[in-house]
Write a protein that binds this ligand. Structure first.
Ligand code: ZN
Length: 244
């Protein structure tokens, strides 16, 4: 099966549409690793678009949880909090209920899906090999997909030691999944943080065991214009054009 893997859309509808346009016709199912809302100006449009996707498995993320009132909004920085409060007041009841219905971790075939980490599905950032290595003990499938850091990256467990290695995305060739255990992050659709402002996503082929990273430009100015109109913090507006 061909699967579109997306994460951290963060209410950036321009970015989501660019990813869906770029990947059109190349997948039969969609896995979304959470954080549909927060930071961006179009939470309802994003939730409704994701809900409409075929063969959808969707997780809830920490920003979604904050809007639902399941996470203390004070655990977020000031800029994020302003966007979350606006989202809380503008999300439709239907979309609120939809986010409320989502799990934070699930397993599909050979893949564990978690928003943040298998050890702590909502909150932990897998930022380096040490944290990744510890997390291999918290899932049982060969592969684990996570979002949350907004950085596309692959951590591979070593069979010989309890070390693991870290690989940056190769956009030129698909990565082979050869049953070596991995934690894989597809990067962020709506707010990439690897100094590349293009939307990040992946195409997974479970029949051939391949993972293909993709980047796609989108109309950042349109998203920024809406954020400015809504009075969102300037820092949030600037960062999406720069990818941090
Ligand atoms: Zn996020």
């Amino acid at each position: 099966m061909q699967i579109l893997v997306i994460s951290d859309i963060h209410a950036n509808h321009e970015a989501l549409e660019a990813v869906l346009h770029d990947s059109a016709g190349q997948y039969e199912a969609v896995w979304c690793l959470g954080d549909l809302v927060g930071y961006g100006p179009q939470p309802n449009e994003c939730v409704e678009r994701v809900k409409s996707l075929p063969g959808l498995t969707c997780l809830v993320g920490n920003h979604d949880k904050a809007v639902l009132g399941d996470l203390d909004i004070n655990s977020f920085n000031n800029d994020a909090r302003i966007a979350l409060e606006w989202t809380y007041h503008n999300l439709t009841p239907d979309n609120f209920n939809y986010l409320h219905s989502l799990p934070s971790i699930t397993e599909v075939g050979a893949f564990t899906l978690a928003h943040a980490s298998p050890r702590q599905p909502i909150w932990e950032y897998i930022l380096n090999r040490m944290i990744a290595r510890e997390n291999f003990a918290f899932f049982y499938s060969p592969y684990c997909l996570v979002g949350h850091t907004h950085v596309p990256v692959v951590f591979r467990e070593s069979e010989l030691s309890d070390e693991c290695d870290e690989a940056l995305p190769d956009y030129t060739a698909p990565m082979k999944l050869n049953h070596q255990r991995m934690i894989i992050n597809p990067g962020s659709v709506g707010q990439p943080r690897d100094n590349n402002p293009f939307s990040s996503y992946a195409l997974l082929d479970t029949d051939h065991g391949t993972w293909k990273y993709r980047r796609v430009p989108y109309n950042v100015e349109n998203t920024q214009r809406q954020m400015r109109y809504l009075g969102f913090p300037e820092r949030l507006i600037t960062r999406i054009a720069q990818g941090w």
